[in-house]
Design a protein around this ligand. Structure first.
Ligand code: TEU
Length: 545
């Protein structure tokens, strides 16, 4: 994908299970997405990233793939998928697939054939003998499980899985695995998809299986994070698969500092176009994501600035299917849901990079209102709850941890209307609908010219049409306890983005200077005094004569 196309993309992430159910099984489907294309085109997005829609036993909701070339029957058929690509294209929307290649499902044919003793397929996975009656090494696991599980009936062999035991890691030392993946990517590119979001892509190549240095989380990670082998693979995929199709790749990359990130997405290296880092998602945590504290706006500002300055081009996001809803992180959100949502819209569309929004963000959906663990489905949440139990953490605290951090917070069904099940489905959905749906829904937003959705539309339109926002440089002007301000400049023209990240009014920082006029305010007027609660403003700056 040329840099220009990349700069034009406004991406909307769909978590298909939770988007729209049309066949009445309580699970979203492809027809539901097709029916919503006009809504998305109206919103103004031109790219859709689909969380996995491949065949999967759904141990991790599709991130455990049992057939990379088939559609999950709950979601529909290959014909539905082809219709989706064609109908999206008619509306100027491209489809991005989720490429999960660190692991497969244990129900994938490759793993089954490995279990059946076929040497070729044993070599697709990482199978090791235990050491002195113990596990092959001391590594940790992303889902707080043991990363080694006995391989079939074997007494002494284990397979490695950095996620659930139903997600065996692939052996990227085997060139056949690379060939298989190239073939899978071409299969979907031939169907007309425009690119890939590459799941945990910087951990795929394990340098060694030696014991790791003891760490609080993920002991062993120094043996697989952003290894040279991984860089080689990404470069090969770029040259041999992505470039010939003009396709795009965004990588989800864990534990990256800015130097590592640069090595993965500097355009000269021809690996990834951009990456999702996590540091700004961690501004409200203590050590690990399970322990949340108050979101400190200043920390968020500093983190955003740091990454804006470090990378040539950023993937900008505040929400996805793994993260609690962003506005729910503000402790003083109460009464300001719409204001905070509009502020985030302004920020998302004015930072330098490609904006990604997650379904429901455009209507101000908040964290799920789960009462207890029985209402939560996510495998990670259940594992962490068990782990916390093992550590003797009291029940009340355990639940508090899960309630605030569970990935299901973002996965509650999309709220389309105030009808039963929020208009998501005619039957009971797979995951509980948020009880606020009579107030928070698409139908209501569509009828409100000053609503959250309307503001997203306005900002998306501006982001698409305005060269300063698209191409302009980034320069931070002010990072305070409440207010974040930065300038975007292009061809001698400047816009200044200002966000009040609190529910209290705030003075305009002096750093803004005088020669400016209000271009857009999330409050819908041109008032130029104190910033109101969670107000976003965009100023146009007159040239100093
Ligand atoms: O996520 C990888 C990841 O590191 C985390 O965001 C993950 O959600 C977890 O919180 C780690 O503690 C990707 C996918 O986005 C996620 O949905 C999958 O479960 C995971 O990979 C495995 O494929």
């Amino acid at each position: 994908m040329s840099l220009n196309v990349q700069k034009d993309a406004i991406v909307y992430q769909i978590y298909p299970r939770s988007f729209k159910d049309t066949d009445g099984d309580g699970v979203g489907d492809l027809v539901g997405i097709i029916e919503s294309l006009d809504y998305l085109a109206e919103l103004g997005v031109n790219t859709i990233w689909l969380s996995p829609v491949y065949e999967s036993p759904n141990d991790d909701n599709g991130y455990d793939i049992s057939d990379y070339k088939a559609i999950q029957p709950q979601f529909g058929s290959m014909a539905d998928f082809e219709t989706l690509v064609a109908e999206a294209k008619k509306r100027g929307i491209g489809i991005v697939m989720d490429l999960v290649i660190n692991h497969t499902s244990d129900e994938h044919e490759w793993f089954r054939r490995a279990l059946a003793g076929e040497e070729k397929y044993r070599n697709y996975y990482i199978i090791e003998k235990g050491k002195n009656g113990k596990l092959p090494n001391n590594w940790g696991n992303f889902f707080a499980e043991c990363p080694w599980t006995k391989f079939g009936d074997s007494e002494e062999e284990y397979y490695l899985h950095l996620f659930s035991k139903k997600q065996p890691d692939l052996n990227w030392h085997n060139p056949d695995v690379l060939e298989e993946v190239k073939d899978i990517m071409r299969f979907w590119l031939d169907k007309g998809v425009v690119g890939f979001r590459c799941d945990v892509i910087n951990i795929i190549y394990k340098d060694s299986l030696a014991d790791g240095k003891k760490q609080l989380v993920l002991t062993g990670r120094e043996h697989y994070l952003s290894t040279e082998g991984c860089h080689r693979i990404l470069h090969t995929l770029r040259r041999e698969v992505l470039e010939p199709y003009g396709a795009f790749a965004v990588g989800e990359t864990v534990f990256v500092d800015t130097a590592r990130a640069k090595a993965l997405c500097d355009s000269a290296r021809r690996e990834l176009d951009m990456i999702f880092y996590f540091e700004h998602m961690e501004c409200d945590q203590v050590f690990v994501k399970w322990f949340k504290t108050r979101l400190k706006p200043k920390k968020l500002m500093k983190t955003l600035t740091k990454w804006q300055n470090a990378l040539e081009w950023n993937a900008i996001y505040f929400e996805n299917h793994d993260q609690p809803r962003f506005i729910s992180r503000f402790q003083d959100l109460s009464g300001f849901r719409a204001e905070a949502s509009r502020m985030v819209a302004g920020l998302l569309m004015t930072l330098r990079g490609t904006p990604f929004l997650f379904e429901g963000q455009e209507i101000g959906m908040v964290n799920g209102d789960f009462k207890d663990l029985s209402e939560v489905e996510d495998i990670e949440s259940h594992n962490i709850y068990e782990m916390a139990k093992g550590l003797g953490i009291p029940k009340k605290l355990r639940w508090k941890m899960i309630k605030r951090t569970s990935r299901d917070n973002a996965r509650t069904p999309m709220q389309w209307s105030d009808e039963d099940n929020a208009g998501f489905s005619r039957t009971k959905p797979w995951l509980k609908v948020n009880g606020n749906y009579p107030k928070v829904n698409v139908k209501r937003e569509l009828a409100d010219p000053n609503g959250i959705l309307a503001f997203y539309k306005k900002m998306i339109k501006l982001r698409k049409e305005n060269d300063i926002l698209k191409e302009g440089s980034f320069r931070v002007l002010y990072e305070g306890n409440q207010v974040y301000a930065f300038a975007r400049a292009y061809n001698g023209k400047t816009l200044v983005s200002v966000s009040n990240m609190t529910s209290r009014t705030a003075a305009l920082p002096k750093a803004l200077g005088d020669h400016r006029s209000v271009f857009i305010s999330s409050y819908g007027d041109t008032f130029n005094g104190e910033l109101r609660p969670f107000e976003f403003r965009l100023y146009s700056v007159e040239d100093d004569k």
